[in-house]
Design a protein around this ligand. Structure first.
Ligand code: DX5
Ligand code: ZN
Length: 219
């Protein structure tokens, strides 16, 4: 079994208290920190760059899971790994030749992931599964935190898990968008083992309690 991991998405934290927020989720038992990188082109929002990622790196020992929601991800992979990223995913929708980018990510010692939007069929990534460390299944349309979970992602996760078994592969399945303590069990049952949650953690009053509830439901 792949180890279940809770990955708070900093997008929903209070950036005026970034270090305290990071420490709070770290002490509350988070396994990873999810960093959402948006460029105002692939998605209509702008967030953080390598400079901020490097500052985050200095605040925590948790692995940094960098989710690139940007065009031309090839330009930013190295800067984010230099800044301390341990996992990097980019979107299927923006790359014709993802293989080169997986190699680039792995050569520098990070894990490589491919992300897909809710409307992108799984078939689009089928040929790459054997080269991936993880697949990121978006369960909201990328761009903003706090959106409602899109239920069709459950069957996508189930299908991916089946493919993984059929081909005896070992990639992890990450789910991102609208995940809360209330619905985490359904994506866990479907086969996901990395759970990104932004508002589902940072908009609750007790991170420790929320993360413990999540862990109980996925173990
Ligand atoms: C959306 C991002 C998500 C987002 C999740 O584009 O990729 O990581 O922060 O936020 P919630 O959990 O609030 O949907
Ligand atoms: Zn994300």
């Amino acid at each position: 079994m792949l180890y279940p991991k809770i990955a708070p998405s900093l997008l929903s934290c209070d950036f005026a208290k970034l270090k305290e927020e990071i420490k709070a989720v770290e002490n509350a038992g988070a396994h990873l920190l999810h960093l959402d990188v948006m460029d105002g082109h692939f998605v209509p929002n702008l967030t953080i760059g390598p400079f901020i990622a490097e500052a985050i790196r200095r605040c925590t020992k948790l692995p940094l899971d960098v989710h690139l929601m940007i065009e031309e991800p090839e330009k930013y992979i190295e800067p984010f790994i230099k800044a301390g990223a341990n996992m990097i995913s980019f979107h299927q929708e923006v790359t014709q030749a993802p293989q080169k980018l997986f190699d680039l990510i792995r050569r520098q010692g990070a894990k490589a992931g491919l992300a897909l939007n809710p409307d992108t069929p799984l078939e689009k990534i089928k040929n790459f599964l054997s080269q991936l460390d993880f697949v990121l299944v978006m369960s909201v349309h990328p761009g903003f935190g706090g959106q409602k979970f899109i239920k069709t992602s459950v069957s996508k996760i189930q299908e991916l898990k089946k493919w993984r078994e059929a081909q005896a592969l070992s990639f992890e399945i990450e789910v991102d968008g609208g995940i809360k303590a209330e619905n985490i069990d359904q994506v866990a049952k479907a086969g996901a083992n990395i759970f990104v949650s932004g508002s589902g953690i940072f908009k609750t009053s007790d991170y420790q309690k929320t993360i413990s509830q999540m862990k109980t439901k996925i173990q």
